[in-house]
Ligand binder design. Sequence first.
Ligand code: KDG
Length: 378
Amino acid sequence: MRTRTHTRRAMSTALMLAGALTLTACGGFGEDEPAADNGADGGSETETADAGSDGPELSDPPAIDGDVVSDGDSYEIKFGIGLAEDSPQAMSVDYFGEILDQRSDGRIDVNLFPNSQVGDDLQMMNALQSGTLEMTYPSTSPATSIVPELQLFDLPFLFPTPEDADAVLDGEIGQEMLAAFDGSGITGLAWAENGYRQLTNSQRAVSTPEDVEGLRVRVMENPIQVSIWETLGANPTSMAFGEVFSALEQGVVDGQENPWSTILTSRFNEVQDYGSETRHVYTPFLILIGEDFYEGLSEEDQALIQEAAIQAAGYQRTISREYSDYAREALAEVGMEITELSDEELAAFQEAVQPVYEQWEDEIGAELIQRVQDETQN
Ligand code: KDG
C-alpha cells in the first residue's frame, strides 16, 4: 500500500525551461486537464492510492538503505516524463527522488515534470543531449532514432510473459542495449516497464485482424510500429504521446495503443469506447541521464544515481504489473467495452503480423532475434 509522498512538481521551473526547450501542449490530455500538482514553491505533497481509496493497492517501495554520501555539491535533477503524475512511471520517479534525497544527505533534489510538460520523448532526449534537462524515461520506440538496436523491442509478440522480458532486459542483451547509448550524449541507466500494449478505438469492438481494417490508429514515432498496423490493414499515423488525447478527442484518429495503466491515467477512456486485449507489443521504459551531466558528477554520486535508478526501475516493474490489472478493471467499470481475445483470435493476430519479422529481420539482426527467442523459449 503506497503512502503519501512529498514530491516536488515545479511548475515555475518548467516555465524557465520553456526558453530552453520546445514546449509541447500539455501532454496527453484535453483542455481541462489539471496542471501538474505543484505548490507556490514548486513543492507539493502527492496523495497516492491507499487501501482506503478506490485506487489501486500497490506494493510499498523497498526500504531505502545503503551508504549516505554527504560530501559533494548540492544540485537539482530535472526529470521529464510523458505520462501523468499518478502513473507507475511517476511513482517510481518519486521513489528515485526519495532514495537520492536520503542517500545524498539532502544534496540531490529531483524535480519531476510529468505530462510531457517539458517536451515529448524525442524533445526530452534531445534536451538531455543539450544539457537543458538532466533525466527522462521514454519508451524504447522513440529512442530507436538514437540507438537503432532498440528496434528489437518493437517486434510484435516478442515476449510471451513479463518474466521473459525481465530475463532479456536484466541479462546480456539488456546491458548491451544500455551500453549502446555511449557517445550519444545520453547514458542509459536502467530498464523499467511500459508494458503490454492494448488497442483502443472509438469505432467498434475488435477481436480479429479483419476488425482492424481501415481503422486510423495513432502509433509511436517509429517505423516498425507503422509496419505492424499497415500489415494489419489499419491506417497508422505516427504522433508524439502528448498529442494523442486531443487527436482522439477531435477524431483525427480513431484509436491508439498503449498499456491499460497509460490508457487509464491518460484518461483515453473519455474519448475511446472500445478496448481489445491484444498485448501485441511489450514496450520497455528506459531511465536515461544526460551524458555530460553524469560524467561531470563525482564517482560516488554517479554510483549513487545508478543504484537509485536500478532500484526505482525494479519497483516500477512491480507496480506496473499490479496497476495493469487494476486499470483494466477500472476501465471496464467506467464504461469501456473491453474485448478479451480467445486463444484462436490471439493466434490470428500473431500470424497476421508475422510479415513484420520478415520485413525487419535484416535491419534488426536475425541472430539477435534468435538470441531473444532462445532466451524466452527456455
Ligand atoms: O514517457 C513515456 C511516454 O511518453 C510514451 O513513451 C508512452 O508508450 C507511449 C506512447 O504511446 O508514446
